[in-house]
Design a protein. Structure first.
Length: 264
């Protein structure tokens, strides 16, 4: 892609020079959990100065949550590029999608395009674009690439709930919610012993059995429940106010069992 350079010399009118060798680049942009006001200045700048806006979709013609978050900075003269990442368990379909996306992005960058790949939340935390980055690095190790971090749903939920996420020597474990009561019991026991705060993501249907387990251990009042963080219909509340029923995929739980010795 041709780039225009504005050159100024003292006493000489401004000159516009066409530079046919201007390099392209790829920037992975974390757009935060949902609220557009949580985008960083760096994220906004990357979007505004790009030629191509790429974003993940789960199926053809589906809406991208990442693109919705960044919508106010996507202009009519931007080229919008949905990249298909099917929500399946099979390894090969997912691997094929990552490499196909990497190949598409590589082609655009080599043509001199400034490309951003949007990612909900943080670009390095449970992010689809992390897999694309690894696939691209296999195909093109020297690709001019940058990553702009974003606010995670865990940080946003803790802030909205006025909930200290980690203090002093606390440990913090972020992970998808365990698949069984036995596995969660082990995590809770280890967390209590080590002074570890648990951030459990993707509660969904698991809340039906997680809630009674925490109630039995008298942990509900100490836990913060959050779903759809950053969106207009978000819920941030004490876990003891949420009934044991199926919850949305984008729900999470923060559990603290111990506090540091030195507190206000």
């Amino acid at each position: 892609m041709l780039r225009r350079l504005i050159v100024w010399l003292p006493g000489v009118p401004l000159l516009t020079i066409i530079d046919p060798k201007s390099p392209g680049s790829l920037t992975l942009v974390g757009v935060g959990p949902g609220n557009p006001s949580l985008l960083t200045l760096a994220a906004v700048h990357a979007i505004e100065t790009s030629d191509v806006i790429a974003y993940p979709v789960a199926r053809l013609a589906a809406q991208s949550m990442a693109a919705r978050i960044a919508a106010q900075w996507i202009r009519n003269d931007h080229t919008c590029l949905p990249l298909l990442f099917p929500m399946v368990d099979g390894a090969e379909p997912r691997r094929a999608a990552w490499h196909a996306a990497a190949h598409t992005l590589q082609k655009l960058v080599t043509e001199g395009q400034q490309v951003v790949l949007l990612c909900e939340g943080d670009a390095s935390l449970f992010a689809t674009c992390s897999y694309v980055l690894m696939a691209l690095q296999q195909q093109w190790p020297d690709c001019p690439c940058h990553v702009i971090p974003g606010i995670s749903s865990v940080s946003a939920a803790a802030a909205a709930g006025l909930w200290p996420l980690a203090l002093q020597q606390d440990q913090l474990l972020l992970r998808p919610c365990p698949e069984s009561p036995a596995e969660l019991t082990i995590e809770l026991d280890e967390a209590k012993e080590k002074g570890r705060v648990l951030a459990l993501l993707k509660l969904g249907h698991r809340w039906e059995w997680v809630q009674p387990l925490l109630d039995e251990r008298k942990l509900l009042e100490k836990a913060l429940f959050a779903e759809k963080v950053g969106w207009p219909d978000q819920q941030i509340q004490s876990a003891d106010t949420v009934a044991a029923s199926q919850r949305p995929y984008f729900s999470l739980l923060l559990i603290r069992q111990t506090w540091p010795n030195v507190l206000p």
